[in-house]
Design a protein around this ligand. Sequence first.
Ligand code: AMP
Ligand code: ZN
Length: 238
Amino acid sequence: MANETARSVGPVILLGPPGAGKGTQAKQIVERYGIPQISTGDLLREHVARGSSLGVEAKAIMARGELVPDELMYGMVAQRLREPDCRRGFVLDGFPRTAAQAGWLDAFLEQELFENSEMCPPVVIQLVVDYTQLLLRLTGRRSCPTCGRLYNIHFQPPRVDELCDWDGTPLITRNDDRSEVITERLTAYEKQTRPVVDYYRVQQRLVPVNADQTVIEVTAQIFGVIDSHRSECRLPAK
Ligand code: AMP
Ligand code: ZN
């Protein structure tokens, strides 16, 4: 337990449809292993908020629930993964979303990261959920604009209705969690992100986890997967 935050972890890729709990689980991984969460959705939302040229291009696409074109994603992701805090590993949440992105990521990791550091190879975890549960998870999703904590009014409600437990800020619903957009996002997932699951399955790198359990149960399974992956890749403590 003592060296969870000292040894290399390597890239952890969380796959699953919107609402499967990728963001929530990524935060648990961050806490236990001390590696950063790279959420491409959050990175894009920052660009939109800042009004960068990428943000301007991405804004309308995201509002429709469609995927931002691959070529726009690569520069943003490469820049983030080159930051020094990613050297022991990182959790990818929301990337790769297309088979092309998965191929790009493999090439990127091989060229840039494995050359320079002793990182474990990526572990790919698929969060498997039932469709009706998904709709409840997505429509119930709320977040705190102050501290970023995530809630769900059906599964993980705050103690006081619609207020953050931590700082009392009124919770907000993401723009694209409105029901018409949700359908579009699930369709985009089926069409474009399913092939990512297939990509890793064919290579026998996919580890499915049943995500229709409590957050704590899912987290425990994920930690088990990461720990056994790390002991298999047996890198010296760094
Ligand atoms: P998320 O927060 O992961 O659900 O992402 C929100 C939105 O950002 C998605 O609906 C897409 O429009 C866009 N997005 C996030 N990650 C990607 C990606 N890897 N490729 C393309 N678009 C993305
Ligand atoms: Zn808060």
